[in-house]
Design a binder for this molecule. Structure first.
Ligand SMILES: Cc1cc2nc3c(=O)[nH]c(=O)nc-3n(C[C@H](O)[C@H](O)[C@H](O)COP(=O)(O)OP(=O)(O)OC[C@H]3O[C@@H](n4cnc5c(N)ncnc54)[C@H](O)[C@@H]3O)c2cc1C
Length: 317
């Protein structure tokens, strides 16, 4: 049996979630031989040092100078076919999941994403934003899976460093068309949502893009980051980088101030790391009140400016 693990790396160093994926791949039973694939625009970016794999193959192509998920997937499929791999593993990061999803589509096979354990074809994986673990048997000739970050501890690998070889993958025109061509820094006002000690978020209850003005004002006073729900990003009132939740950013502030947010499971999956939650909501039956430590029942367009005014008054007095 041969397993192939896709590794993401930055400047020649393999990222931690990829090391964890390699560790899980190396723990597969049956004496599996584990090969790793990295994609780079130059062979000089081959990973160095100990890895828990037997061999590393560097897919070298100029397209890999930026993120090109379908092209990487084609390289993975090409190598998996050449090796006769019966298992292809990737990190359960956004990019790892995207690349493996393309691999699954190319091979027309199922993908078990965000696995925390695997034995033979049985996987245990995280579902519903971490609120349940699913056990499943994958019925496919090649097991495709990604490893939930931090589900296993990364181990460097014992013995000699793996052999390193390079190859030039054959990539389709369509794959080359799908790549990152520009990076634009998000306008976060200096406070990163993921690291903020205080987050003030608005939901559909804000009513409009302009309805975020009092939320932004309170956030500025508290040196907080502004967040929002998916209803807000779907309406185009805020960018996706502001979204908190299962398909947004996971946050862990000292206090999370949720204004006009109902508290759907997918939203709460992103803020369950908050130490305290203050909910401001017009509806005293809103689900978020079950998770909130504090609540103000009322119209956020009155409550939020009143909190800002009280903070200003306290600071000036
Ligand atoms: C696969 C999937 C992934 C998803 N991922 C995410 C995610 O990452 N993040 C996310 O947020 N959602 C996510 N969702 C969507 C989620 O299910 C909810 O639809 C969404 O969170 C609802 O947003 P909301 O609370 O702003 O809106 P609503 O549910 O419409 O709630 C609006 C709230 O505002 C209150 N309100 C209205 N007016 C006022 C006022 N004037 N003052 C005070 N309160 C007021 C209402 O009482 C209500 O509680 C996902 C859904 C799916 C299916």
């Amino acid at each position: 049996m041969t397993a192939l693990v896709y590794l993401e790396q930055t400047d020649g160093a393999v990222d931690e979630p990829s090391l964890q994926a390699a560790t899980m791949a190396s723990s597969l039973g049956g004496g599996a031989e584990v090969h790793a694939i990295v994609a780079a625009d130059t062979a000089a970016l081959a990973p160095a040092g100990q890895l828990p794999v037997d061999a590393v193959q560097v897919a070298v192509h100029e397209a890999f100078g930026s993120y090109a998920p379908l092209a990487v997937a084609e390289a993975v499929v090409e190598l998996a076919g050449r090796l006769g791999a019966t298992c292809v593993v990737g990190p359960g990061t956004e990019r790892g999941n995207e690349v493996l999803a393309h691999v699954a589509a190319l091979l027309d096979l199922p993908l078990a994403a965000n696995c925390v354990a695997v034995a033979d074809a049985r996987v245990t994986r995280v579902r519903w934003g971490g609120s349940l673990l699913e056990e499943a048997r994958v019925d496919a000739p090649t097991l495709l899976l990604t490893v939930q970050p931090h589900a296993v501890a990364a181990e460097p690998g014992a013995g000699d460093p793996p052999s390193v070889e390079t190859f030039t993958p054959t990539l389709s025109e369509a794959a080359l068309a799908l790549r990152v061509v520009e990076r634009v820094a998000a306008a976060t006002g200096g406070v990163s949502l993921a690291d903020a000690r205080v987050v003030v978020s608005g939901g559909r209850g804000a009513g409009s893009e302009e309805g975020f003005a009092p939320i932004e004002e309170l956030a500025e006073l508290l040196e907080a980051a502004v967040g929002c729900s998916r209803a807000v990003t779907m309406a185009g009132w805020r960018p996706h980088t502001d979204q908190v939740g299962q398909t947004g950013t996971k946050i862990a502030p000292e206090i999370y101030i949720a204004c006009g947010i109902s508290g759907a499971t997918q939203h709460m999956a992103g803020c369950k790391g908050a130490k305290r939650i203050l909910a401001i909501n017009a509806d005293r039956e809103a689900p978020i009140l079950q998770s909130a430590d504090y609540a103000v029942i009322g119209d956020l367009h009155e409550v939020v400016p009143a909190i800002s005014a009280a903070i200003r008054a306290a600071r000036s007095g």
